[in-house]
Design a protein around this ligand. Structure first.
Ligand SMILES: Nc1ncnc2c1ncn2[C@@H]1O[C@H](COP(=O)(O)OP(=O)(O)OP(=O)(O)O)[C@@H](O)[C@H]1O
Ligand SMILES: [Mg+2]
Length: 260
């Protein structure tokens, strides 16, 4: 697929306003996310992070503004975007195995009457191996721990081989080993030229993990490299917190503890 586009950005958001009720969840957000970057979305609870992801997916209709994916309207670019939902957003009570979930990532590549090919199955199994869930392939998804389910969702998204991956809090509630395993997969995926947007809560690791950060609280308060975003002046506008804590965080970010 030829992904050359005039703007050079993978995701182009302009004047995006989304509301579910009288108060907008997102207000006049504009930014261009370059291709091949690992981007963190940060902001307090209820600040519109999941809504931004859903708008990029074309799941919610903007009141104003628009989202383009490689110069196409988000609503028509769905196959190019893979999604790992926020934990708890999906109820896995129905019987389906881990391998079947990973294979769901291949549905978009088949017509409804076509069976999965051997290649589809290989891609799904490779994705499970990448997230280190191969040994659970025959297990019912409902019989896994939350962190294991999270990794299976990642496998499904990887199997989709989409150009853009959107992950809503993939690190929430996982142990350090799983966090490292997920981070490695995200970085490898970036090295393949894919674009990733990841909702993240831990400001202490944000500088190390991401090329760019988006700071949200209904409006966008900042978009840029972590060293420009993790500064007390910006963080204090968005988070209720201690100026001293933010200053320490900024010091660590500037003094090169991160990869930035
Ligand atoms: N389906 C919905 N119907 C009505 N209001 C909603 C809906 N989804 C989100 N909201 C509201 O929109 C605002 C933004 O929600 P969103 O889920 O985008 O926040 P978030 O930053 O992802 O929060 P969290 O960190 O808690 O996941 C919140 O005030 C929320 O209550
Ligand atoms: Mg959310």
């Amino acid at each position: 697929m030829d992904l050359k586009n005039e703007s050079g950005s993978a995701i182009d958001i302009s004047h995006l306003t989304v509301s579910y009720g009288p108060v907008p969840a997102l207000l006049d957000v504009s930014l261009k996310i370059p291709k091949g970057k690992l981007v963190g979305i940060i902001g307090p609870n209820g600040s519109g992070k999941s809504t931004l992801i859903k708008a990029i997916l074309g799941f919610v209709k903007p009141d104003l503004g628009k989202v383009n994916i490689f110069d196409q309207d988000a609503s028509t670019a769905k196959g190019m975007v893979a999604y790992v939902p926020q934990r708890g957003a999906v109820d896995w009570d129905f019987p389906i195995t881990v391998r079947e979930v990973a294979t769901m990532g291949r549905y978009g590549h088949r017509r409804w009457w076509q069976d999965m090919t051997r290649k589809d199955l290989r891609i799904s199994d490779d994705a499970l191996a990448k997230v280190r869930m191969s040994e659970f392939a025959s297990r019912q998804i409902g019989q896994l721990s939350g962190g294991q389910q999270q990794r299976v969702f990642m496998a499904r998204a990887l199997a989709q081989k989409a150009e853009i991956l959107l992950l809503d809090e993939p690190f929430s509630g996982v142990d350090a080993a799983t966090e490292n395993a997920i981070l490695e997969v995200l970085q490898e995926t970036r090295e393949q030229g894919k674009t990733l947007c990841v909702v993240h809560h831990d400001l202490a690791t944000a500088a190390e993990y991401f090329d760019y950060l988006i700071l949200l609280k209904q409006r966008m308060f900042g978009f840029g490299p972590p060293s420009q975003i993790l500064v007390p002046e910006l963080l204090c506008q968005v988070y209720e917190g201690n100026m001293k804590v933010f200053a320490e965080l900024a010091n660590r970010t500037q003094s090169g503890e991160s990869h930035e």
